[in-house]
Write a protein of this length. Sequence first.
Length: 514
Amino acid sequence: MNFEIFDENYYLIQYPWVKTAIESGQFTSGLDHFQKIGMGQQKLTEVSRYFDESYYLANNPDVANGVAGGLIPSGLSHFIQFGYEEGRTNISPSYSEDYYLKRYPDLVAFIQNSTFKSGLQHFLQFGQTENRLATHFFEPEYLQKNPDVNLAVAQGNFKTGFDHYLKVGQFEPSRSAIFMGTNGTDTVQGLGVGTVEITGIPLSLDGTGKRVYERDKNQNPVDQQDTLIGGLGSDQFILGDEGSSFKSWFSSPTTIINLDPTQDTIQLGGLISSHTQWDDGSADLLIRERFAPTVEVVIKDGADFPTNYPIVEWIKSSIVTTIGDFGESFYLHRNPDVLVAVEAGAFSTGLEHYQKFGQFEPSRSTAFMGTQGNDTVTAFGVGEKDIIGVLTEYTYAYRYLSNGENEFDTLIGSEGADNFIFADFYIVGKIPINTIFEFYLGLGEATIRNFNQSQGDTIQLIGQLEDYQISPVGKDLVISKNGDTIVRLEAGADLNLQVIQPPSVGYRSPFTLG
């Protein structure tokens, strides 16, 4: 017999009357009670957070038949007498032999040389007290985010956080969870009706409780071929963080199954603009990094999903470039002293500094940006501000991820000089790239409120003034191109716009009106 599964404290929590019997001298310990009485009874099977009687019987039908036939009192009794030595490891939803050995591959050699019979033996002897993780469910973060669950687990109402999630949490829309992989090939399936994150690499928490993505840089990327499967809730497939994508250019692609574009998202490494969609004529939607030779994501049956310019609309960046409509990365880049203060912990974000100080300082410049939907972008502050209605990223330059098609945005200026951007292009060094961005062509337009020439407000277009028609319509001033309304200046019918910054000679470039 092997009693390594027995957890004295947990047993006494589950059966407090045993503790009373120990105190009265009837038994020397909970284990003493279990060996003399509990093991022979079918009802006293709560001996460990990592043994589940029903689960063991369901995964070992021969044992279930023996219990049903009265040959053995319980699945637990069988495990202690025979199952442990036989290497049966399907004992609980909160332990996966396959995951444990893939998460900690150094243990495989010890099993091969018979130091341990199984990963389960190592887990029971060492792993559970070393806080090693034994399932795809990221238990530490779930308990950290849900102190009520943490308390319920400590009190013995649930075996583990995963036990709570399986029985209760997965059915509560307010509960979030994350399912993770290893540094090998994994199939990771999300579960639950709330927000569920799914990633193919292992996770941990650092000393401050912050999530850490444990990428193995020595892993051969071709050997890692993950499959991530969505569930019923709002799934977030995490394939990268602020540093980069979790895989290299030459990695095998990650396959995503059951992605619902109406509620699910994919988080890729770095900026959205670093990735592009690719149609290979199959039923799948492929995503790859720009200029990379290989596909990084295969979305099964995604070829007919709704997409947007220039990449699918449910792709998310892992780098924070905006907070709401505030241009966080723009502000930190243009105000390096604020960046230093944020990195030192004086402010949590650039936005916090701007709200407390920057908006009142005329020397501070920033930007406000919209999304690929209908937005009301409201600027504030007395310094110079760029105001953009379309989805935009900023890292040393603007990268536009939507073009205003089917967007009806309202852009609201404030004190100080506001520059409303409706067209732009990319420049590398002193050479303009032939990538011109013009917003709100076709169906879609923007409305400007609080345009004030006296404060230096401007409108940025591209090409030549002669390309546009500017005319009053009622109380408003409308700027259109080939009869297509681009922007409407609310209550601006009496404005006389002049070219402030002319376009460069020799190629189509931005110019400003004010």
